[in-house]
Design a protein around this ligand. Structure first.
Ligand SMILES: Cc1ncc(COP(=O)(O)O)c(C=O)c1O
Length: 392
């Protein structure tokens, strides 16, 4: 099928809730992908932070195919080994008590919000279901996670939205106190606001909120959907903030390209979900769980140390280019934001980079890079050379 034929099918049969770049990707290896006409691109996106081990990773493919030929699905009514192994690995490495599996980031957050509301209901009864989130945050596209998202542009069309969310300013503890009341059960935020523009939170603010949560018995909920699974240089970003949250959500990179997500909770919340209080048909699917076990085995300390260096290298090199359309970089590990300056928008710059063979993302008013964690120096240098030539 030519690109034009493929595009025509998409135009006719797909709901247009996305504006796509004019490229159809066919296959990939490492951090390099090829379109249907055979043109090569360096990938600084990982499918929006999902393909943590890049494309065509042989161990990942073997883990999936072995599990698929043994048992593709069985439901949550039965035990299965990949499920149990993954639960142990995740909880051990995150210092958490237990986990509930889902299929996406929004579902992980939805489960985390339900967990907080039920924790509070069980202990204090009705009337304490409000969750404080931050302005400029992003937590997903379900009606409830849109409510949790602290950006007005997401609070449109789909009325009525779920009640019980209040928004505070990032890095401003007074603002959190100002919206607090007797009805609060939790505070929820991303440690690096991803969709909002790659904005890392201050450690003092995060620790201040953690203290406030402990004092008032609010749950501290961290959305690690984008920051988790090594993306920021530790398995989860909270491990760089010297806090131990009550619950964290995860998704995106966990299964290296298969749909997966969930929420982990600490000892205090171990028994909040009881049989029948929450569930999902596909959550913990054995093939996706086997893929996730393989991803976690691969994301070891050595890989985490290396990716911190790679992230620092990319930022240094981009800043050293001194391009008139790009300003300062920011971020954590391999989650990188670049300020956009001058007359061109971030979308125009992204389009130009993609046309020239470098896949990249936008976030807030800037550019965003989320390369596969395993990207090589050679691939980074190719991508940087494309950036310099395309934007000079
Ligand atoms: C921080 C954060 N939370 C939640 C989500 C929603 O995840 P999903 O698209 O898998 O539902 C995203 C997606 O970009 C995200 O970045």
């Amino acid at each position: 099928m030519t690109f034009e034929e493929l595009k025509a099918l998409d135009e006719q049969y797909v709901m247009h809730s996305y504006s796509r770049f004019p490229v159809a990707i066919d296959h990939g290896k490492g951090a390099t992908v090829w379109d249907t006409a055979g043109k090569e691109y360096i990938d600084f996106t990982s499918g929006i932070g999902v393909c943590s081990l890049g494309y065509g990773n042989e161990g990942w493919v073997s883990a999936i195919t072995a599990q698929a030929s043994k048992l593709g699905h069985i439901s949550n009514l039965f035990y299965s080994e990949p499920y149990a192994r993954l639960a142990r690995e995740l909880c051990t490495r995150a210092g958490m008590a237990n986990v509930m599996f889902a299929n996406s980031g929004a579902e992980g957050n939805e489960a985390m919000i339900k967990l907080a509301r039920k924790y509070s209901f069980d202990k204090y009864g009705k009337g304490r279901g409000t969750v404080i989130t931050l302005h400029n945050s992003f937590h997903g596209r379900t009606i409830t996670t849109l409510s949790a998202t602290g950006q007005d542009k997401f609070h449109n069309y789909f009325f009525p939205f779920t009640e019980g969310f209040r928004y505070a300013d990032a890095n401003d503890l007074d603002s959190v106190e100002a919206v607090a009341g007797h009805d609060v059960c939790a505070v929820m935020f991303e440690l690096v606001q991803g969709e909002g523009g790659v904005l890392p939170l201050d450690k003092a603010f995060v620790q201040g909120v953690a203290d406030l949560c402990a004092k008032r018995d609010w749950l501290l909920l961290i959305d690690e959907v984008q920051t988790g699974v090594g993306r920021t240089g530790s398995l989860f970003a909270f491990q760089q903030y010297d806090i131990q949250p009550d619950a964290i959500s995860f998704a995106k990179g966990i299964a290296g390209g298969l749909p997966f997500g969930g929420v982990m909770a600490n000892e205090k919340c171990r028994n909040v979900f009881t049989a029948g209080t929450h569930g999902t048909t596909f959550g913990g699917n054995p093939v996706a769980a086997a893929a996730a076990c393989y991803v976690l085995d691969t994301v070891d300390q050595k890989l985490l140390d290396e990716l911190k260096e790679k992230g620092a290298y990319l930022r240094e090199q981009i800043e050293a280019m001194n391009l008139p359309c790009l300003g300062a970089t920011r971020g954590l590990g391999m989650m990188i934001g670049i300020e956009v300056k001058g007359e061109h928008t971030n979308l125009e710059l992204a389009n130009r980079l993609i046309q020239n063979g470098l896949l990249c993302l936008t976030a807030g008013p800037g550019l965003r890079l989320l390369p596969p964690l395993v990207i090589t120096k050679e691939e980074m240098d190719k991508g940087l050379a494309i950036m310099k030539a395309a934007l000079s």
